[in-house]
Design a protein around this ligand. Sequence first.
Ligand code: ADP
Ligand code: MG
Length: 259
Amino acid sequence: MTEPPLLIAASGISVSLQGRRILDGVDLKVHRGEIVTLIGPNGAGKSTLVRVVLGLLTPDQGQVALTANTRIGYMPQRLTIDPVLPLTVRRFLTLAQRSDETRLVEVLTEVGAQHLLDSPLQSLSGGETQRVLLARAMLRDPDLLILDEPVQGVDITGQEELYRLIGHIRKRHGCGILMISHDLHMVMSATDQVVCLNRHVCCSGHPDTVRADPSYIALFGNTPVLIPYSHHHDHDHDAHGNIIASSGEQPSDKRCEHG
Ligand code: ADP
Ligand code: MG
């Protein structure tokens, strides 16, 4: 079987910032249709590597080869919005990319956030914010999606949902995905390749291989495989978070937190 086409290949990337070596000879490849997850402790250089791949930062050494016409959609780790400047989701998305109503609704529907189109950005929960950021990254119909810690600020159930959504997006669009996480356990089932970074590439490969690698264990400890906590509700929520009955049950006064 032939390998799917390469979208990006970074080789020998070294970066120093303020006299300190942040990245040292890092190689990274992403193919079409593949999910590659960068893991590593805080300060490992993950976001810096992404900035190099995006062309926002010029490395001291090394090259990034981007396949011609590769469109990139980027979801940053942090969003700084002015709390006194009212900004709806609609406005936020059109600022990023001029798009008609149909396209906005289309991307928001894909991430399950169509009901948020006219909500103020500041009013969104952690999980809703991440979905809107994901929608923004998808507006350009990218060949390569780069997601910097897409589940941060989201509770465990919401994290599982987001990883599932990311998997669906890959399947439906066939794009490549480069994702950052600092937790291998949660992304295990959602990723094809893992690159464990701590200034240099400590190890890389299939998640099972990486988990057994001594350099991964040295960084993260020899932790048992954690099955993400999952639970079932005796009720559902509508798009506004109101409790509705499911499977023939009456609404109860139970509450649960969704990210
Ligand atoms: P990660 O995303 O893996 O948590 P980062 O790539 O954000 O790590 O940062 C890696 C290291 O580089 C950190 O020690 C951080 O303090 C440092 N760093 C990041 N940006 C800058 C900068 N603009 N100037 C100086 N140091 C920086
Ligand atoms: Mg980071």
